[in-house]
Design a protein around this ligand. Structure first.
Ligand code: 57M
Length: 358
């Protein structure tokens, strides 16, 4: 909204011409998301303590999590507000893709909210059933896939990093890819969110990577020079990524160990779905697999563990997801989290290298 108001005044105040630049508005998105986070989060922490909106302790977690049962959860609610409001302020709201990603954030945030509330109200701390959660995820992911697929002129060719000329056209199956990416990433971030700062760290590195890619993919000149698909209108998502980055940094300030707030499924499901939605829109699905490698590792560790136990009766890891394996090996929480962050930064750099290495 402010984008229109202020840019319209550039005829009278020439300095306001700067609001036409996506990069400038992305920086405003980061800063305003940070301000909202730092104002809102302390209030929410106080209130959630009062209202006893706490994570509680699951029976099957390492003992070190005992102290965490008093920590408030559902902090994802603040991340969503601190992402959406700056986007509404600084993004071009006539941009179709902005609304698709906002729908993704809010719809999956709603699923997470329902799960968090059920856990809080439930007798055994269990959320909504896995079947209900997955059904809602598939439904909303299909809606998002349809919104992207039926957008006039959307290119259904799949891009594969390092293989520029390999462009298989998926046609209507692109919707199936959307569903897989969005529901899969949403659950992957959810699984990863098991230690202080463990999920939000990789979200920040992936978000930063996508902020750069959205700008390049949405720019006809840069995309042609880098030989990546040009997606008209995708550049505006740079502003949304900036807001998400600011909101995530603001959340990390309170989620860093010892965490004062957890994001809850409200945060993990929505952030995962939004990152996957952006990846599909800018036609960089494999980029998400590379940059989001920690999420892939966490999910694979669970799949390997479950099938190894089913087929061989033996576990591969001491406990899955893999961050609990390292906990049971005696690594302390901060060491696990910082090492996973380092891996995320390295993976983001590798993802960036796909721009030149082809
Ligand atoms: C999501 N939730 C955290 C917090 C956070 C199929 C199976 C793999 C499912 C999986 C599962 O249920 N995962 C749930 C992880 C929980 O965090 C809450 O949940 C939100 C995210 N969804 O925002 O509200 C606990 O994690 C800790 N935490 C922090 N700091 C944070 O910033 O310390 C979270 C955020 C919090 C807090 O203690 O309470 C969680 O871990 O539950 N199940 C599992 O992951 C279980 N693994 C398992 O059963 N492995 C088996 C088989 C199935 C693979 C095996 O290895 O043989 C683990 N469940 C739990 N912990 N709870 C085992 C360890």
């Amino acid at each position: 909204m402010l984008y229109y108001l202020l840019y319209q005044l550039h005829g009278k105040i020439s300095a306001f011409n700067v609001f036409r630049y996506i990069t400038f508005r992305a920086v405003l998105g980061i800063l305003s998301a940070l301000i909202i986070s730092f104002i809102l989060t302390p209030y929410v922490i106080r209130k959630f303590h009062e209202w006893k909106i706490r994570s509680g302790k699951r029976e099957d977690v390492p003992d070190r999590h005992e102290a965490k049962k008093e920590t408030p959860t559902m902090g994802g609610f603040v991340i969503l507000i601190a992402t959406v409001i700056p986007t509404l302020l600084w993004a071009d709201l006539t941009n179709y893709y902005i609304w698709v990603v906002i729908f993704s954030l809010v719809s999956f945030g709603l699923i997470g909210f329902m799960d968090d509330v059920k856990k809080l109200r439930g007798i055994n701390g269990k959320g909504i059933t896995g079947r209900t959660k997955l059904s809602l995820q598939l439904l909303f992911a299909a809606c998002i896939g349809a919104m992207i697929f039926f957008k006039y002129g959307f290119n259904t060719q799949l891009t594969i990093p390092f293989f520029k000329t390999l462009l298989p056209d998926l046609g209507v199956f692109y919707i199936a890819l959307c569903i897989f990416m969005i529901a899969g990433t949403s659950n992957a971030v959810n699984l990863t969110d098991g230690l202080d700062g463990l999920a939000i760290g990789p979200v920040l590195t992936v978000c930063t990577t996508f902020m750069i890619f959205c700008y390049l993919v949405g720019n006809a000149i840069f995309s042609q020079y880098l030989q990546i698909f040009f997606v008209k209108g995708a550049g505006e998502l740079t502003v949304l990524c900036g807001a998400m980055l600011g909101a995530g940094i603001g959340f990390l300030w309170y989620n860093a160990h010892p965490a004062e707030l957890f994001m809850g499924d409200t945060g993990s499901l929505s952030l995962g779905a939004a990152l996957a939605t952006i990846a599909v829109i800018i036609k960089q699905e494999f980029l998400l697999v590379i940059a989001g490698g920690i999420f892939v590792l966490e999910t694979l560790s669970v799949i390997i563990q479950v099938y190894s136990f089913k087929l061989r009766g033996k576990r591969v890891f001491r406990m899955a997801p893999i961050h609990h394996h390292f906990e049971l090996k005696g690594w302390n929480e901060e060491k696990i989290v910082v090492r996973f962050w380092i891996i995320s930064v390295i993976l983001a750099l590798i993802a960036m290298s796909t721009l030149k290495l082809r």
